[in-house]
Design a protein around this ligand. Structure first.
Ligand SMILES: Nc1ncnc2c1ncn2[C@@H]1O[C@H](COP(=O)(O)OP(=O)(O)OP(=O)(O)O)[C@@H](O)[C@H]1O
Ligand SMILES: O=C(O)C1=C[C@@H](O)[C@@H](O)[C@H](O)C1
Ligand SMILES: [Mg+2]
Length: 168
């Protein structure tokens, strides 16, 4: 059965996309990101999906994209920051190797900047990010089989720790 080597979850700015690419390079496997899958399928960037069809529609596309990727990806899979909000997605992650990239608010704020390309962070990124992180922390913990701290560390260092963890 095809399954991802590793699924990455975490808050916006935790580095799922950046660390995921580095990890896939290290392991010599493909990298897949459900945010990119959604954009490809919809034929437009995520901020446009939010504006044209709304967040609820985006979440519907996201549930389908995650289910499809879990069934067909055999490399490193990064999920969108809010994917774990869906009960269906959390249930679908059971039995997978799921790494939570943890990040504290101060590093996350530095990394997302003014929230460009992240529709939920378009207004008051720091306060919104704090709210999202408080709401989602228990959900990341629920699905994770391991947690890797990312604060003050380079993507390469984090990828190396995950690669070592996968070899155990
Ligand atoms: N460990 C790190 N140290 C410093 N900067 C980082 C680190 N990880 C990621 N970044 C930077 O932070 C920004 C956000 O990273 P990235 O897009 O990988 O986050 P993400 O978790 O995929 O976010 P999203 O949930 O919005 O998809 C990028 O500019 C990236 O270069
Ligand atoms: O945190 C979120 O809810 C999101 C994170 C991004 O990865 C995208 O999936 C989208 O911008 C929503
Ligand atoms: Mg990403």
């Amino acid at each position: 059965m095809t399954r991802p080597v590793c699924v990455l979850v975490g808050a916006p700015g935790s580095g799922k996309t950046t660390v995921g690419r580095a990890l896939a390079d290290t392991l010599g496997v493909d990298f897949r990101d459900t945010d990119l899958d959604i954009e490809t399928l919809a034929g437009k960037p995520i901020p446009e999906i939010f504006v044209d069809e709304g967040e609820a529609h985006f979440r519907t596309l996201e549930r389908a994209a995650v289910a499809a990727a879990l069934a067909s990806c055999d490399g490193v899979l990064a999920l969108g920051g809010g994917a774990v909000l869906a009960d269906e997605t959390r249930a679908g992650l059971v039995g997978h190797v799921v790494v939570h990239l943890s990040v504290e608010l101060s590093d996350a704020v530095k990394r997302v900047g003014l929230g460009a390309g992240r529709p939920l962070l378009a207004i008051n990124p720091r306060a919104t990010l704090k709210h999202l992180m408080d709401q989602r922390r228990p959900l990341y913990a629920e699905v994770a089989t391991a947690t890797v701290v990312t604060d003050g560390r380079s993507p390469e260092e984090i990828a190396a720790e995950i690669a070592a963890l996968l070899r155990r």
